[in-house]
Structures are given as C-alpha cells and as structure tokens.
Design a protein around this ligand. Structure first.
Ligand SMILES: Nc1ncnc2c1ncn2[C@@H]1O[C@H](COS(=O)(=O)NC(=O)[C@@H](N)CS)[C@@H](O)[C@H]1O
Ligand SMILES: [Zn+2]
Length: 497
C-alpha cells in the first residue's frame, strides 16, 4: 500500500491541519486575507515562522516541494532562453560594495555586515549580498574583453539578505530572501540591452502563466526604479485584499554599472566601449502569489505543475469488498505513478470527510474515490480541487482522463484568476475616486508624467503609482488631476505590499 511519506516523515508536524502547537487548527475564511495567509503558511506546512531571527523562516518539506517545482519551471525557462546558471560568493568586500553605494546610492542602508573571522576583526568588512551586482560586476570586468564575449547572460538562484525595516512576512518580505533568482546580462549596445529587457519581461510572463498567476506589467516611475538603473519594468499581481505584490522586476542598467566597475569591450572597429547591462529578479514572492491567488476557504489550491500531490486516491472500504476495492485502488495508483503523476493513496482509517478536509487543505489537485458500487460499473468518482464537483470516469483510460483533467485545471485556474484580477482594476479620473478604489484593487488615472504631480497624487490618495502600463491601453487619457494639464499617460495606482 502506498504509504503517504509526507505525513509520516518527521517534519516537526505529524499532519496537515494541525498548527505548530499540534492543536487542530481552523483556517480563517479567505475574506480575512491577512489571517488566512498567516494560517495557511503554518497549517499548510509551507514555512515555520518560529526561527529565532526576525525575517528568517524555515521551509517545511511540504512547502519546499512546492518551491522545488516552481524553481524547476524558472530554471527550465531561463536555461532554454540562452542563459547559463552560475554561482557567485555570498560575501562582498566593502571596497567593492561601496563603489556602488558611492556612485548610485544602492543598498547600503539595508545591508548586513560580517566584521569578524572568529575573534579576529576583519581588515575589510564583508557585506552579505542584498543582490549581487557588486559581487558579479568586478568579475565581469575580468571576463568581458571583446564584442565576441557578448551577450553574456548568466543567472543564479541564491539567498540574499536585506535588513528590511518594513513589516517582515514569510514569502512576502523576508530579511533572508531564500529563493532569489537573479539574472545579470551584458550587451554591446543600449538597444541590445533593451531587447534583453523585453525578452526578460516575456520570460517572466511565461513563468507566471505556468503558475496560472496573472500579472500587471508596468514601467516604474523614475523615483521608484532600481538604484543605478536607467529604467525598471515590474510585474505585479493583485492579492485578494486588493493590495499589489511586486513579483518580478527587470532593470535596464545602461552603462551606469559599467562605468562604476570599468567593464569595457573592444568593438568591431577596435575601440574600447563601455558595455550596457540588465538585471532581473524573482523571489519566493512567486510562491506567495500562487498560494494567495488560487487558495480558498478550504486551503491551498495548487496548479498541477507545482503541487506536491497531484492526485489522491481514496478507497471507500466495506468489510466484504475491501480486497477488491484495494486492488482497484492500487492499480490506479501504480498506473498513475508509472505515467509520471505525483499520486498518494489515503487508506487510513480516518472518516472520509476528514480525509477530504486534509487533502483539500494540502492542495492536492484531484481526488479519486473508488468504492464497491463504482467497481460494479468499472468507474470511479473524480473531484477536482478547484471545481469541487463530483464527476464519474471509467477506470479504463483513467490515466488519460487524469492527464486531461489536470491540463484543464491549469487553464481554468489562470482564466479564473485573470477574470478576478481584471475585475479589481477600475478607471478613475479624480483622486477621490482613486481613494475609494485602492481599498479594494487597482485604479488607473491620467497623469501628466511630471514627478511633482506624481508625488502629489500619491500623497492625496495614500497609494503608490505602480507605473505606466507596458501595453497599449484603450483607456482614454483625460486630464492630470494634480495640475489639470492634458495627461500624456495612464498610470496604475494601488496600495502595495
Ligand atoms: N525582502 C524581500 N523579500 C522577498 N522578495 C523580495 C524582497 N525584496 C525584493 N524582493 C523581490 O525580489 C525582486 C528583485 O528585487 S529588486 O530589488 O527589485 N531587483 C534586484 O535586486 C535586481 N538586482 C534584479 S536581480 C523584487 O521584484 C521582489 O519581487
Ligand atoms: Zn500634472
């Protein structure tokens, strides 16, 4: 019988649905999103928030199973678009780190420092990377010689450290970002780097499509771009409480860092030129987004591509038919496993209702129930986690049926999430309308584009200008509410995490 290893492995928890103190925990309704999120992180076995350093959290094995599959998707998309994965050191000497700070006012007020080796003070303090420009670019200076070396497209998946002063939260705002995928590319011209920015935005959109997470893409206003960058394109999603979460950023760095780190190449005419660069990052916020966007009052709803358990088979046992039912269930389990599906059998002696509750909480995508009456008809009952409706399927061809159902579920999850997100965006023409809207979603507003008006709009609405949509919108321009001038653009405004 397929033991359910997740449940029996010592993970500091012996079952889903119990909280850290082992008590039966009840998930709050998703309408109370903040409480729901905190609770699902715990009883959904994602991260243990009891680690004794603020902003640092521990992955439970179950949550790590989701992370592993999300990052397999990210690596697959990066590796199949001309990037090579690599790994740079965690510690950055102050001499290199402060070059960036001097020129570009970067992360120096968020960085953690290492000052001793044992009891011996270090002669040069070492920064824990908040992001890796200042570790990587001194090496790029050594590696890049001629235009034949370009484009250089590397990425790494590492932990990074930021002494965040705003409210820290697991998956959303950590002081140790455990799953920071950062790409750093080098190009001959500004235009080549711009094309790379556009490619990266496409890759990130593909990643989130595979997670069934819809995104808003916008160009951040100048005052909110990456320190040292020319411009930033950001991907945001709208969380159930109407606030937006920045779940990916792509930065055009121009020649700013090349000048700071003296990264030059010999062009085709034999002259020395500064390179143009980009960098783009995704973190475990990608997992915060998929959990938040798809979850419901019963718990996790996971896209089949990342669900640790895609199918759970539940035998409906009566004394005189146990053997026949168990044989049928075991066959379904082994056929699905041989076809590459992640399937568990729950033959425990818990009541059926308790089993449904547990596996729904854990976000298993499809439940298959088989009892004696089903056997008589050579069929099974299928219940998809996102729809919840019972459907009947023949045991013949069950693998094909499951495959079709899971593919359809991924599509339906995206469609449902996209409709929900679009319904949370409303066009506004005055700051009063924006104030009413950003308590429950994103507002669009005409803007003349000048920073002073932007600041005034943020102040009056107590919201943030996400930026100008990266796609042509048919929303009419109208007048900037701060100065009355004809607006030359539309901006997204929202409360942000
Ligand atoms: N404290 C944090 N916790 C979790 N995720 C974070 C945190 N800070 C930033 N992120 C995520 O990391 C992404 C990249 O971070 S960033 O500062 O915008 N960009 C960089 O660091 C660039 N070097 C690109 S790699 C952000 O879009 C955001 O989704
Ligand atoms: Zn204006």
């Amino acid at each position: 019988m397929a033991e359910n290893k997740t449940e029996n492995k010592k993970t500091g928890k012996n079952d889903a649905g119990k909280n850290d103190s082992g008590k039966e925990a009840v998930l709050p309704p998703k309408s109370d999103f903040s409480e729901w999120f905190n609770s699902i992180i715990d009883i959904g076995q994602i991260m243990d928030v009891r680690y004794p350093v603020k902003g640092l959290y521990v992955w439970y094995p179950f949550g790590f199973g989701i992370r592993k599959r999300v990052y397999n998707i990210i690596r697959d998309i990066m590796d199949n678009s001309g990037h090579d994965e690599t790994l740079f050191p965690l510690l950055i000497p102050e001499t290199e780190f402060m070059k960036e700070a001097d020129h570009i006012k970067g992360f120096e007020d968020e960085v953690f420092w290492v000052t001793h080796g044992g009891v011996t003070p270090l002669d040069v303090r070492l920064a824990l990377r908040p992001t890796s420009e200042t570790a990587i670019y001194p090496m790029y200076k050594l590696w890049v010689r001629s235009h034949a070396d370009l484009p250089l497209k590397l990425y790494q998946v590492v932990n990074t450290f930021r002494h965040e002063t705003k409210h820290t939260r697991p998956l959303i705002r950590l002081r140790e970002i455990t799953s920071f995928k950062e790409a750093h590319t080098v190009h001959a011209t500004w235009e080549d780097a711009k094309n790379q920015v556009d490619e990266a935005v496409g890759l990130y959109t593909d990643i989130y499509k595979k997670l069934s997470v819809p995104v808003l893409i916008s160009k951040r206003p100048d005052w909110d771009k990456f320190p040292g960058g020319d411009y930033t394109i950001a991907l945001d999603t709208i969380m159930p409480d109407g606030k937006t979460l920045q779940i990916g950023t792509v930065h055009h760095l121009g020649t700013n860092f090349a000048k700071t780190y003296d990264i030059m190449y010999e062009n085709a005419e034999g002259e020395q030129e500064y390179v143009n660069q980009t960098c783009y990052g995704i973190s475990e916020r990608s997992i915060a987004a998929l959990i938040s966007v798809h979850g419901d009052d019963k718990g996790l709803v996971l896209p089949p591509a990342v669900a640790p358990t895609q199918v759970v088979v539940i035998p409906v046992l009566f004394k005189d038919t146990t053997e026949a039912v168990m044989n049928a269930c075991n066959k379904v389990v082994s056929d699905l496993k041989n076809a590459g599906f992640r399937v568990e059998m729950d033959a425990s002696d818990a009541r059926p209702g308790a089993k449904y509750y547990k596996w729904e909480l854990k976000g298993s995508c499809l439940r298959i129930e088989i009892g004696p009456r089903d056997l008589e008809k050579n069929s099974a009952v299928l219940v998809r986690r996102d729809k919840g409706e019972k459907q009947f399927a023949s045991l013949d061809g069950i693998v094909e049926t499951v495959d079709a159902e899971l593919k359809q579920m991924a599509e339906d999850l995206y469609t449902a999430a996209e409709e929900k997100m679009n319904a949370m965006i409303a066009p506004c023409e005055t700051t009063e309308e924006v104030v009413a809207q950003i308590g429950k979603g994103v507002a669009t507003l005409p803007w003349c584009g000048c920073e002073e008006c932007g600041m005034k709009i943020e102040e009056e609405t107590n919201g943030s200008i996400l930026g100008t949509p990266n796609v042509e919108t048919e929303i009419k321009k109208g007048k900037c509410p701060a100065c009355g001038k004809e607006a030359d653009q539309i901006v997204y405004i929202a409360k942000m995490y």
